[in-house]
Design a protein around this ligand. Structure first.
Ligand SMILES: C[S@@+](CC[C@H](N)C(=O)[O-])C[C@H]1O[C@@H](n2cnc3c(N)ncnc32)[C@H](O)[C@@H]1O
Length: 367
């Protein structure tokens, strides 16, 4: 066996009870969009109850998902096989009941998070109480270590101080290694804007194969956090935006701003870029028109697109399949995800398919 995840998996077999429900953590407000996506990609599941930030799906008896089940639900940050709800009047009492529900199981890692991120429950205290109640169910070294792919994770979703849901998942994707699928980094003080953190999460979670020395163009670049993040990867960056970028970016080597709207850039200027990043605060339809202009420009054909599609309201989420179809029509394979550090928006990573050749530059008509 050469796969290290497989070796750890053998050490910590999944619980015998698979759990009859899946808990899907999502951004508050994204519940309906998540259910719509589930009906599309996992129609066998039946929606159960939902609360802000958490949707429950019933697993049908004839459907036994694999251990590292990670369907393309876009709005789900993480999925948990629910083993029940623990209640009690003190943290120690709830932790004791939680451990009973979990059975005499060994764990590689523990994730505790608030169902509603606006809540202020004592996550550290609850985690410590679970570790104590587990006893030999987790070693001190494992309880202190970061989660790695392959780990069997005990999940505890805190609803109120006296009521928690408990269950498990097998860590596989990067975000399934983060408690609640929430990116564990805060925005460092020296970064220009929150877009730095969003791109940092996107790079970590998809992941995105950026290579130093390659060229990126960003549509909607001001004030400049995303360009700053691209420069940190060693890329050469052009930021397009009518608004001025931050002074910390303006004078940097390998950076240039084209101060105009994306649609005013001449098509031939889009040749030679490896990546198109788009983060414009405009309707997705207009954003896609601008992205399409870049990737289909004669002589252009970037390797990948990283696009933020901002939803003016949640009802627009139903248009996502059509938007992803546009990336397909340009010869790209899109993956979509709602990032935990973003707002009401979807991040799309689209990599050019092997079969999609660069378009030859058209000759200018004479005269
Ligand atoms: C959310 S901000 C972008 C944040 C930026 N990516 C960063 O890293 O800080 C949206 C930007 O899109 C720009 N924008 C809107 N429409 C645009 C267009 N048609 N062409 C270029 N930029 C546009 C706005 O001027 C605004 O600066």
């Amino acid at each position: 066996m050469s796969d290290p995840a497989a070796i750890r998996r053998a050490d910590s077999p999944a619980p015998a009870r698979r759990g009859d429900f899946l808990l899907a953590a999502c951004q508050g407000g994204a519940e309906a969009a998540l259910c719509e996506r589930q009906r599309l990609v996992l129609p066998k599941l039946a929606k159960g109850a939902w609360r802000r930030g958490l949707v429950t799906f019933r697993l049908p008896p004839d459907f036994d998902p694999p251990d590292d089940f990670a369907p393309d639900l876009v709005y789900a940050r993480t999925l948990v096989r629910c083993l029940g709800q623990a209640t009690g009047s003190t943290t120690a009492a709830v932790a004791g009941q939680a451990v009973e529900l979990l059975g005499g199981q060994s764990w590689d890692s523990i994730h505790v998070w608030n169902r509603d991120p606006r809540a202020d429950h004592d996550i550290g205290g609850i985690r410590a109480a679970i570790v104590t109640a587990l006893g030999a169910g987790i070693t001190a070294a494992k309880a202190a270590a970061k989660t790695r792919p392959g780990d069997l994770v005990l999940d505890c979703v805190v609803d109120t101080a006296e009521r928690w849901w408990v269950g498990w998942h097998r860590a596989a994707t990067p975000q399934s290694c983060w408690p609640g699928g929430n990116y564990p980094l805060a925005l460092p003080a020296d970064k220009i804007s929150r877009a730095w953190l969003k791109l940092d999460e996107a790079i970590a979670s998809f992941p995105i194969p950026l290579v130093a020395g390659t060229r990126a163009v960003e549509l909607g670049a001001a004030p400049g956090g995303a360009c700053q993040r691209l420069l940190e990867e060693g890329l050469e960056v052009v930021g397009i935006d009518p608004a001025l970028v931050d002074q910390r970016l303006a004078g940097r080597p390998r950076f240039e701003q084209w101060r105009m709207r994306a649609r005013d850039v001449r098509l031939k200027e889009f040749r030679g870029f490896d990546w198109v990043v788009s983060d414009m605060n405009i309707d997705p339809k207009s954003a896609l028109e601008s992205i399409g202009r870049v990737v289909t420009a004669p002589g252009a054909g970037p390797r990948g697109i990283i696009a933020t599609l901002k939803l003016p309201d949640w009802s627009r989420a139903s248009a996502l399949p059509g938007w992803l179809g546009q990336f397909q029509s340009w010869g790209y394979a899109p993956l979509a995800r709602q990032l935990s550090t973003g707002g009401r928006e979807v991040c799309v990573l689209a990599i050019r398919k092997r079969s999609a050749r660069r378009r030859p530059a058209r000759r200018r008509p004479a005269g």
